[in-house]
Design a protein around this ligand. Structure first.
Ligand code: URA
Length: 428
């Protein structure tokens, strides 16, 4: 999720010429705005010439009236062009990336990015921090001692040339309009507007100047979209905008009713990624990584799976960590670097089959443990979370751990136990 705008920096002054109330009224009446009108609105807002109250009214009009595909494309373009768009040398390999709408235990980027970079493509991955119940790639990366997510554009390009991949955060000069508009939407009840979501996500991804993009649109209790239908609509709208803007966009719809993999929490998830990159790890994560990789890679699924098994992707990840100032020698002992004082077994009340492992509640419990942030400024505890999570359909004995809770103290542990009781069901 984007963080609130602190500084839109040094963007040049802009002369605003349109009558804003007329644009708000036009949208309020359900009429289609032109590319110029949308461009002026976004530019005027980014430069501080349109006050928050007018932009809020416009966002609410969009919330109720929606936008046509053309309007959504114009909004995406205007937001993308509010800041820098990455540039690459002529003749450079195809640029590919993935966007996930976010889920519990979704650590796919940490495996997918180095895996894709084993192929003849560049992976310029700009990711976000976690907010609310879903964790963010940047927080997971920062649990690796020294890992620097703030490398500048020149250094990032040099890194692409040498190892084919970077994983960084959004700088102030990428899509400043989105940062500012998202902060406003967050406090005006206008986040769940499909065209605003589409433009927000796609403007940031398209600022990477990609050739191919795969979308992982999740649905279910632990996802932004609760139903498959909503996820399909969002995926179709994002795909349409990508196509209109000349990028090959494909998508997967993936369920998010139970956590992905067996770990939730920052360092715990990195440890799970290390297992996968070393040829092991949970099947569901591996399958999703390969499903997504296939969409944007020129390598076959068998070749991609081989790179996970034979250490090629692992070596690429080590190069990535070192290239971004991280201590790759700590990767295999990250559980000791970030060790929670309490590791509590949560036992199965009876023998049987796991029927429910509710992603949303486990995500909320992870937040209570301190593994996520409720507001953008919160600090994240890298050590806490859950490991050894049983998957739906697995058989357990009475008293066998359904998961392990990694807690900072007794108080946070006690706060999550009732949530876990609600989120897990075993039936005989
Ligand atoms: N993620 C984003 O980046 N933007 C939205 O509007 C919603 C989710």
């Amino acid at each position: 999720m984007p963080e609130p705008l602190e500084d839109v920096g040094t963007f040049s002054a802009h002369i605003f010429s349109m009558h804003v109330p007329s644009l708000i009224e036009k949208k309020r009446e359900g009429k289609e705005l032109t590319a110029d009108e949308i461009g002026e609105l976004i530019s005027g807002f980014t430069h501080g010439e349109i006050p928050d109250y007018q932009m809020s009214a416009w966002a609410m009009a969009v919330f109720f009236r929606g936008m046509t595909a053309a309007e959504t494309q114009h909004l995406t373009t205007a937001m993308m062009e509010s800041g820098n768009v990455l540039e690459y040398p002529d003749g450079s390999p195809p640029k590919v990336d993935k966007h996930s709408t976010g889920g519990i235990g979704d650590k796919v980027s940490l495996v997918l990015a180095p895996l894709l970079a084993c192929d003849e493509v560049w992976v310029p991955m700009i990711s976000g921090r976690g907010l609310g119940i879903t964790g963010g790639t940047l927080d997971k990366l920062e649990s690796i001692p020294g890992f620097n997510i703030h490398i500048d554009e020149r250094r990032a390009l040099t890194q692409l040339k040498s190892i084919g991949v970077f994983m960084i955060g959004q700088s102030a000069d990428i899509c400043p309009a989105d940062k500012k508009l998202y902060a406003l939407r967050d406090v005006t009840g206008t986040v769940p507007s499909q065209p605003l979501i589409v433009a927000s996500i796609m403007s940031k991804k398209l600022a990477e100047n990609l050739d191919r993009l795969v979308l992982d649109v999740k649905f279910g209790s632990g996802a932004f979209m609760k139903t498959r239908k909503e996820a399909r609509q969002l995926a179709a709208a994002m795909t349409e905008v990508g196509k209109l803007m000349g990028v090959k966009v494909t998508h997967l719809l993936s369920p998010m009713d139970e956590p992905l993999g067996r770990a939730v929490g920052n360092a715990l998830e990195v440890t799970e990624c290390v297992e996968i990159l070393q040829g092991g790890g949970p099947e569901d994560v591996i399958k999703l990584v390969l499903d997504l990789a296939e969409q944007v890679s020129t390598a076959s699924r068998a070749k991609l799976a081989g790179w996970l098994k034979d250490g090629t992707a692992w070596r690429k990840f080590i190069s990535l960590v070192y290239a971004q100032d991280g201590d790759a020698s700590s990767l295999e002992t990250l559980g000791q670097v970030h060790r929670a004082p309490i590791v509590h077994q949560f036992p199965a009340p009876s023998a049987g089959v796991v029927k429910k492992m509710d992603a949303e509640t486990i995500g909320r419990a992870s937040l209570f443990l301190g593994g996520g942030r409720q507001t953008p400024g919160d600090t994240v505890d890298f050590a806490v979370g859950f490991s050894g999570i049983k998957k739906i359909g697995e058989t357990v004995e009475t008293g066998e751990p359904l998961l392990f809770v990694h807690a900072r103290n007794d108080q946070t542990l006690r706060s999550v136990l009732p949530l876990l009781e609600k989120s897990i069901e075993v039936s005989g």
